[in-house]
Design a protein around this ligand. Structure first.
Ligand code: MSP
Length: 632
């Protein structure tokens, strides 16, 4: 049996798992199951990233030692994956001694090859991203998380990343499969061609919570040098390296597509074969993350609807690679339409008819169209899960139509040999199609597919005509009961609150207020001063990213002026995707002097609340408001 080694990122233990982490992990689980279908034994590694300043501080904040704290949270991750039934082969912790020894080996190999030197460094460090932010100055915030930066000056060990610029460009140019999807590859290549890679500080002397650097007392390894090595250390001593696939979402693609291959090239170790970087799961238009406080957990959903409902929803709804929104309403709607009314209904109809008309025995095989099988498999192969599921569910729709057109309940009442032969054909086609549909969907909905397979009482290959004449069906029972959306959502939200309280109690934490460091109120002004500010309701007509500025969006906003929409450049790209802003009503400072940002003249400013760390939340209205209305 051939092997396939795939990984998820190793998750930071500063927060318990939410459906953002679950998303990557369940995709990895789905890919593992797809490989098994092809006779390939896949090995799935996940884990926890437990070192670094961020974790040290999170532990101190709740009065625990870093080790106590990481033990608690890494167990939360492992238990969650177990509870969700994810087929994980190994959860690697960066605090394991075997991992520490592997990191030391990577360091020794890079050092022996001449890629390590001692130097001093001064720069602005982001604790949330655990990375120095290039060209930052005092008062700047982390462009990814919006959190404040800290000035750090240290004597450090450096990795000669600059020596790998051309080699990494060549890697991406000659091997387009190395980083996918294509859009992400283009971004990384553009970055590599426009920016000079700086050498990377790979040790810290101001942080204690890390893997000690051998022969350099006082130094611990920089977390990313430590973390990336998990992919290797998790399978050390086996024949699984190089990895076939690393999965992660887009904010950490550069660490994987630039640093990681550079470390491995320096050590002269084989590179992973493929990196796939998917999009963000958004909740109410924002990236779901702990710092935004908009987290949803998977286990409450599992308790009310079954985990397959969430797996199906995420893979059917969001093209893998793109950002996509999660909402409880959409989740329940998909479940009811596709699982309860779609697959579930076809199953119960088909089996009850076979029971009623043929004493529970499948009639003789007939030929029928099963061309959806290769189409769905090809989509799966390209990680186009939504298209694979669309293809499979189209097949279900065709069968529903076929049943209505043939009206088997009428055929059953007609004892002529022609009618009975047609009824046999209808029942066989529905049964055999269901067997194949279930097998095709099983990697996405494994638990319920297993229940369906029990009722069909047969599995078998992905080829038409495997079920023999006279095959006895199993016991019939409902697999996807229809849900009342309001009741189900209420139940999930209640369980979600309970789960949050349990996690907080576990960590001895009190509820975090969403806003910290409320700035003092500014100097008093008169009404005459205030009316000088012309605030207007605007509507976003278009939004796009600004080349070379990952914080900025270039917006066209209609504020009702006869001269047409305004061009406004706003620093909100980290909090809002361009698509999520289209048609949105916003508040504009309409009489602000124009200023140029990245060569574009911004004719006004968009109003937003500044959350913790400077992350923006756009001002909005609960009532319908006309474009151009003045705020006063
Ligand atoms: N510890 C680093 C990764 C080191 S890998 C050698 C890290 N950890 S993390 O806890 O922040 O996890 C980030 C990963 O979790 C993302 O890359 C993605 O796989 C998953 N996700 C977390 N939130 C997510 C969304 N809201 N949407 C999609 N995936 C998300 O970064």
């Amino acid at each position: 049996m051939s092997k396939y080694y795939l990984t998820t990122p190793i998750y930071y233990v500063n927060a318990a798992p939410h459906i953002g982490h679950t998303y990557t992990t369940l995709v990895a689980d789905t890919i593992k199951r797809l490989k098994a279908m092809q006779g390939i034994e896949a090995y799935l590694v996940t884990g926890t990233d437990e070192h670094g300043q961020k974790i040290e501080r999170a532990a101190t904040k709740i009065g625990k030692s870093p080790q106590e704290y990481t033990d608690l949270i890494s167990a939360e991750f492992e238990n969650t994956w177990k509870q969700l039934g994810l087929a994980i082969d190994k959860s690697q912790r960066t605090t394991s001694p075997q991992h520490a020894a592997a990191v030391a080996k990577l360091f020794a190999a890079c050092d022996a090859a001449g890629y390590i030197y001692k130097g001093s460094y001064s720069g602005y460090y982001s604790v949330t991203s655990e990375a120095f932010v290039a060209d930052a100055k005092e008062g700047d915030v982390d462009p990814d998380s919006g959190q404040p930066l800290e000035l750090v000056t240290e004597e450090n060990l450096f990795f000669k990343l600059s020596a790998f610029q051309d080699k990494i460009i060549e890697l991406h140019e000659t091997n387009p499969q190395f980083l996918q999807p294509e859009s992400r590859r283009n971004e990384v290549l553009a970055f590599l061609k426009n920016e000079k890679l700086q050498d990377l500080s790979i040790s810290r002397t101001t942080v204690k919570w890390g893997i000690p650097v051998p022969e350099h007392p006082g130094h611990v390894f920089y977390v990313w040098f430590d973390a990336l090595m998990t992919y290797w250390s998790a399978v050390e001593g086996t024949d699984l390296w190089p990895a076939d696939l690393h999965l992660m979402s887009k904010e950490i693609v550069r660490f994987h597509a630039i640093y990681w291959p550079a470390f491995l090239m320096a050590a002269n170790w084989p590179l992973p074969k493929r990196i796939y970087s998917h999009g963000w799961l958004l909740f109410e238009d924002n990236k779901m993350s702990k710092s935004r406080g908009n987290i949803v957990r998977a286990t409450p959903i599992q308790q009310v609807m079954g985990f397959d409902a969430l797996r199906y929803f995420l893979l059917r709804e969001i093209p893998f690679g793109s950002d996509g929104s999660f909402s409880f309403d959409a989740l329940v709607a998909r479940y009811n339409s596709d699982l309860a009314n779609g697959l579930g209904n076809l199953l119960s109809r088909t089996l009850s008819m076979i029971l009623q008309y043929r004493e529970g025995k499948v009639p003789a095989p007939v030929e029928a169209d099963a061309s959806a099988i290769p189409v769905a498999l090809a989509h799966y192969e390209n990680f186009e899960f939504h298209k694979a599921l669309e293809t499979i569910w189209r097949w279900i729709g065709e069968l529903d139509k076929y049943i209505v057109e043939n009206a088997p309940w009428k055929l059953a009442k007609d004892s002529s040999p022609e009618a009975q032969a047609r009824l046999d054909a209808v029942l066989y086609r529905c049964f055999e199609s269901l067997r194949l549909i279930t097998a095709l969907a099983a990697p996405v909905i494994p638990e319920s597919a297993a229940k369906i397979a029990l009722q069909l009482n047969i599995q078998g290959p992905l080829t038409w005509g495997h079920t023999p004449q006279g095959h006895p069906i199993g016991e019939i029972s409902p697999v996807y009961p229809r849900l009342d959306a309001k009741v189900a959502i209420e139940q999930m939200k209640t369980l979600e609150t309970e789960e949050l309280a349990r996690q907080n109690a576990l960590l001895g934490k009190v509820e975090e207020a969403p806003l910290v460091n409320i700035p003092p109120i500014a100097e008093t002004i008169s009404i005459d001063d205030f009316v000088k500010v012309d605030l207007r309701v605007g509507q976003v007509l278009s939004a796009e990213t600004v080349k070379g500025a990952d914080k900025l969006l270039h917006l066209k906003i209609d504020i009702g002026e006869p001269t047409g929409p305004r061009t406004i450049v706003a620093g909100i790209a980290k909090a809002y995707s361009p698509e999520s802003l289209i048609n949105r009503k916003v508040v504009i400072v309409a009489n602000l002097a124009p200023r140029k940002l990245k060569g574009i003249e911004s004719q006004g400013m968009i109003v937003a609340a500044s959350l913790e760390g400077g992350s923006p939340a756009l001002a909005a209205f609960l009532e319908e408001v006309p474009v151009g209305a003045r705020l006063k």
